[in-house]
Ligand binder design. Structure first.
Ligand SMILES: *Cc1c(COP(=O)(O)O)cnc(C)c1O
Length: 479
């Protein structure tokens, strides 16, 4: 569920510089420091104009800033759609669920539908977004370790294709809700296979100790299967596992697949029933800096289908229909956050702080996971020499860092635009109103045109939920 499924997310790279005003660039012929965009970090359509201005989706970011203000999330729609298509292709004959918690709004739900992906939601709120665009109910999957009865009722009423049951209490609750609605609800059982996925390695113990799902090793998963089978209003269609996030190694997926097929075989042996579906969750990592080397979707697909095929053959099982749930890997790389520089504070011999007009309210990942990011000047070429700075936000916390150790041209100044790539997943969806800052808009760009898909919050939006006792005086009930 949570991105924190993996405690190793965003661990600092060994040998990364930590402080100081290092000069990392020398003069280049022509005096321009608008070095090429790093590969794999920027949205697919990102380009630099001759004057050093970044274009995404064919639109210059200086024009975007003028029209929509800053900070703003700029989402490359063509890249998003192409990534959906790549997952569809790589996992043909599988169910690909886009994990909406990474970033969901109505436009995104429509694109996901149009590109033929299914959608995974994990709250009634995410379900409401899907419902509001008429997302086909049968292609929805509903997760969560503590879904409320109201959420379960809403999901059953809408006809959500699959609900992933996460606890014994929930099996009882959902069985009652489905019975009350007079339907037979399809469910998957969430299993914790005892695989802990780290950024670059995995260990096979320890991950039992978490809030999600039923332990495989402890026998709870087998018992959950039995209880779902005993509930007349539930139809068990398969098993589910999600081993973590920001994974760069297929070994963890392979081990999880191996164990899950083992459980499918035990279910067959115990209940004389071959479950038709196996969902292996999400978690494929992306590049936040050039230190990260993400896996290719096609390679992951090949590895997973090979492992499952081989294990099923060994167990004498028909190969189940596989499911996967990419969130970050679909939306993360499609988006840049556009900020305007407000102040530059140089502490000679120590560090330079460059402050932008957003921060932990639009990117909590740096503070929460010590995640690493890069950034670049995108409104002009800048001087040839660069220095390593700390890019900070505008919030009242010294931990309000957008990106550590970012090389920026040493003439960076107020009014410049700076962009942070790979900020499509778990940025806008985790954004807050800390310090009563209004949350940034999301602007979709495509073929030279920009379109608002989530508008900027206003102070009026903030005050709308805030009840002034003075307005209530007449209505107050005396004690
Ligand atoms: C978070 C989550 C995902 C998506 O994870 P990513 O790292 O964004 O791919 C998929 N499935 C479940 C159950 C999750 O909790």
């Amino acid at each position: 569920m949570s991105e924190t499924d993996n405690p190793a997310v965003g661990a600092p790279a060994a040998g990364a510089p930590t402080a100081g005003a290092l000069t990392v660039g020398g003069p280049t012929p022509g005096g321009s420091s608008a070095a090429a965009l790093e590969e794999n970090l920027w949205p697919a359509t990102a380009r630099l104009d001759r004057d050093g201005v970044l274009r995404v989706g064919g639109v210059r970011v200086d024009e975007l800033a003028a029209e929509f203000g800053t900070p703003a999330f700029v989402l490359d729609e063509a890249d998003f759609r192409a990534r959906c298509a790549a997952w569809r292709r790589a996992f043909s004959d599988c169910d690909v669920y886009y994990a909406g918690k990474a970033f969901l709004c109505r436009a995104v739900a429509r694109w996901v539908d149009e590109e033929g992906l299914n959608l995974d939601v994990c709250t009634g709120g995410e379900l409401a977004v899907a419902r509001s665009v008429g997302f086909p109910a049968g292609r929805l999957l509903f997760h969560g370790n503590n879904k409320s009865v109201a959420e379960l009722r809403a999901a059953v009423a809408y006809g959500v294709g699959r609900i992933v049951v996460d606890s014994f209490a929930e099996i009882d609750r959902l069985a009652a809700v489905a019975a009350e609605a007079g339907v037979r609800q399809r469910v998957l059982v969430r299993v914790t296979p005892g695989v802990e996925a780290h950024t670059h390695s995995y260990v096979s113990t320890g991950q039992e100790d978490q809030k999600f799902g039923f332990s495989l090793a402890g026998g709870a998963a087998a018992e959950a299967v039995e209880r779902v089978l005993a509930a007349g209003s539930l139809e068990l269609v398969g098993l589910h596992a999600h081993i973590g996030s920001q994974i760069f190694d297929t070994a963890g997926f392979g081990l999880a697949a191996h164990r899950m097929v083992g459980l499918l075989a035990r279910v067959r042996d115990t209940h004389d029933l071959e479950l038709p579906e196996l969902d292996l969750g999400g978690g494929l990592g992306i590049a936040y800096t050039s230190e990260d080397a993400p896996l290719e979707v096609a390679d992951v697909a090949e590895r997973l289908t090979a492992v499952v095929g081989k294990e099923c053959a060994a167990a004498g099982l028909a190969v189940p229909r596989l499911g996967v749930e990419p969130g970050r890997a679909v939306v993360g790389p499609t988006t840049v956050t556009l900020y305007e520089v407000g102040t530059v504070k140089e502490l000679p011999g120590l560090r330079t702080f460059v402050s932008v007009d957003g921060g932990m309210s639009d990117n909590i990942r740096t503070a929460l996971y010590d995640a690493r990011y890069t950034a670049r000047l995108v409104s002009r070429a800048g001087s040839a020499a660069a220095h390593v700075v700390t890019l900070v936000g505008r919030h009242c916390e010294s931990g309000d860092v957008v990106a550590h150790d970012v090389p920026l041209p040493d003439d960076v100044r107020p009014g410049d635009l700076v962009a942070v790539p790979a900020s499509g997943a778990y940025h806008r969806s985790m954004a807050s109103n800390y310090n009563h800052v209004t949350r940034p808009p999301v602007v979709a760009v495509r073929d030279g045109a920009a379109r608002l898909i989530v508008r900027r919050e206003t102070e009026e939006d903030l005050l709308r939920l805030d009840i002034d006792p003075a307005d209530q005086a007449g209505a107050a009930v005396a004690p």
